[in-house]
Design a protein around this ligand. Structure first.
Ligand SMILES: *[C@@H]1O[C@H](CO)[C@@H](O)[C@H](O)[C@H]1NC(C)=O
Ligand SMILES: *[C@@H]1O[C@H](CO)[C@@H](O)[C@H](O)[C@H]1NC(C)=O
Ligand SMILES: *[C@@H]1O[C@H](CO)[C@@H](O)[C@H](O)[C@H]1NC(C)=O
Length: 194
């Protein structure tokens, strides 16, 4: 047997051992639970960037997916009537200027979720960074978003370097056009991760 095939056989044998020890018991959808040591320290990271949500123009970053077929007073002069759902792919930049350096993108859905006059969205987005130390990592934000100028939002998870992330966002609208809905939001994020 050549060295190469001996090596392949050994790797295969190890894979079998690993698979048989970590696979769930046949017929069960779970493996045994066990206690783990949690780290005594976690990492705190601050992020600062701007999100550009553009509904207007030929190349919007946010599009209406659906809305209820109703003509209520609330709907008449409302860009986001109760029940409307939007999909977005918004650039994240270093500065408030849309032409400043793009450092990531926010992708997700938001929906209008208030029946009352207090316009509220459910923001549901994965914000992935495409440059620097956190290239390829993301934070996940799922939160009620009252359409006020300054608000707090919740970071509920993340990927890559932000695995197991928890945190919060102070979100500040630096530009909001009430006619077409275009907005530029400043994000101050505090995130705790492993
Ligand atoms: C929307 O509702 C109106 C009034 O009830 C109805 O005439 C119309 O056909 C509906 N449109 C769609 C696309 O369902
Ligand atoms: C970010 O990561 C991707 C995938 O690994 C890589 O192609 C790209 O060059 C990286 N960008 C920067 C700015 O580091
Ligand atoms: C807001 O949008 C409307 C409609 O697109 C446009 O006419 C207006 O100039 C915009 N206002 C500002 C302050 O950008």
């Amino acid at each position: 047997m050549s060295n190469k095939s001996t090596m392949e056989t050994m790797i295969f044998a190890w894979l079998l051992v690993i698979l048989t020890t970590t696979s769930p018991v046949k017929g069960k959808y779970y493996s045994g639970s066990h206690k783990i040591d949690v780290p005594t320290t976690i990492t705190e990271t601050h992020l600062h960037f701007f999100l550009h949500d553009t509904l207007s123009g030929d190349n919007p970053s946010s599009v209406l997916v659906t809305k209820p077929n109703r003509t209520t007073a609330q709907e008449n002069n409302n860009i986001v009537p109760f029940g409307a759902v939007f999909a977005f792919d918004d650039p994240l930049t270093e500065g408030p200027d849309p032409n400043s350096k793009v450092i990531g993108n926010a992708r997700g859905l938001y929906a209008s979720i208030s029946r009352g006059p207090d316009l509220t969205l459910l923001f549901n987005g994965d914000l992935e960074f495409t440059s620097g130390e956190f290239n390829g990592s993301s934070i996940v934000v799922v939160c009620r978003d009252p359409l006020v100028l300054v608000k707090e939002m919740a970071v509920v998870g993340g990927r890559g370097k932000f695995k197991l992330a928890k945190g919060f966002v102070l979100n500040n609208a630096v530009y909001f056009n009430t006619t077409n809905g275009d907005a530029i939001l400043e994000w101050h994020v505090t995130v705790f991760h492993v």
